[in-house]
Design a protein around this ligand. Structure first.
Ligand code: FES
Length: 315
């Protein structure tokens, strides 16, 4: 869950910028007041650049390191975030950031199978370090289109301890996910990459198995039935507000003057997480695990709704 201090902005200096792979820039950021908290594998920060949308980037490298390293892929269909990093950001610049926060935390396990596709390797790199440090068995399946576009290949090989399988499409490589999963029947599986890859893994490891954790880069296309009307009560003021079927909880909160931190507004970043004090949530996000959903104590107000007449929010 998001602690209040995680949503505060802090200043950081760009220490280094390195071309890690074709179109992938690794950027090291040094918080001016020191790291706000010890970060763990799977964490991300929000990067707040002038004249660009706030974007989230996984921290990559050794968990807990004082400098925050991110890797930014230049995206053709960028909303401006990756373009701003590639074209305007330079070493020595001061930027603002929020976090780190972690919605993709690595749970203790005796064995891990990591599956990364393309730039999806970024949250996985710290997980390899963490698994290695914990003395767990680990295997990484790293998929990419060409070797030149695959970041951190050398670094990963140098971690040692685990087994790394690199599958490169333009070298004729093809991964059989079913076969890889079958070879590691006891492993906890952590995956990050394109939607197609994640969908295939979800099909092979449905929710009930509890073995799969993954992180999306973009919200998958999901057709939801339009939600019904319900009400929210803002516990801090006692104000009760209706939410119409065509409105989101976020819209209603904002219209009432409540400040809500957001980034994606499509249920994948976790920025708008809000504590739920009473009521049943119809979760529509791609952040919470099934266990977290069942707890019914938080929701992503940008997409999730109520499956009861009244939700009481800690807002
Ligand atoms: S703003 Fe990203 S999950 Fe709500």
């Amino acid at each position: 869950m998001t602690a209040p201090e995680d949503s505060m902005e802090q200043a950081a200096r760009v220490r280094t910028m390195t071309l890690e792979a074709d179109d992938v820039l690794a950027v090291e950021l040094e918080p001016l007041d020191g790291p706000s908290s010890e970060w763990t594998a799977g964490a991300h920060i929000d990067l707040v650049l002038p004249d660009a949308p706030v974007r989230q980037y996984s921290l990559t490298g050794r968990p807990g390191s004082a400098r925050y390293r991110i890797a930014v892929l230049r995206e053709e269909r960028s909303r401006g975030g990756s373009k701003a990093v590639h074209e305007r950001l330079r070493p020595g610049d001061i930027v603002r950031l929020r976090g780190p926060r972690n919605h993709f935390a690595l749970e203790p396990a005796a064995e891990y199978l990591f599956v990364a596709g393309g730039i999806g390797i970024t949250p996985i790199v710290p997980m390899l370090h963490a698994a290695e440090r914990a003395g767990a068995r680990w295997h990484l399946l790293y998929l990419g289109s060409t070797r030149r576009r695959m970041a951190f290949l050398e670094e990963i090989e140098s971690i040692g301890g685990g087994a790394v399988t690199v599958v490169v499409r333009d070298e004729g490589g093809r991964a059989d996910l079913a076969e890889v999963l079958a070879a590691h029947p006891e492993a906890s599986v952590y995956a990050c990459g394109p939607e197609r890859m994640l969908a295939a893994l979800q099909e092979l490891l449905p929710d009930e198995t509890g073995r799969l954790r993954f992180e999306y880069f973009a919200a998958p296309e999901v057709e939801y039935e339009p939600g019904g009307a319900f009400s929210i009560r803002l516990a801090r003021t006692g104000v009760e507000l209706p939410v119409e079927p065509q409105q989101s909880v976020l819209e209603v909160m904002r219209a009432a003057g409540v400040e809500v931190l957001t980034d994606c507004e499509e249920g994948i970043c976790g920025s708008c997480e809000t504590h739920v004090l009473e009521g049943e949530v119809e979760h529509r996000d791609f952040v919470l695990t099934s266990k977290e959903r069942e707890a019914m104590d938080c929701m992503m107000v940008c997409v999730s709704r109520a499956s009861c007449p009244l939700l009481v929010l800690d807002a």
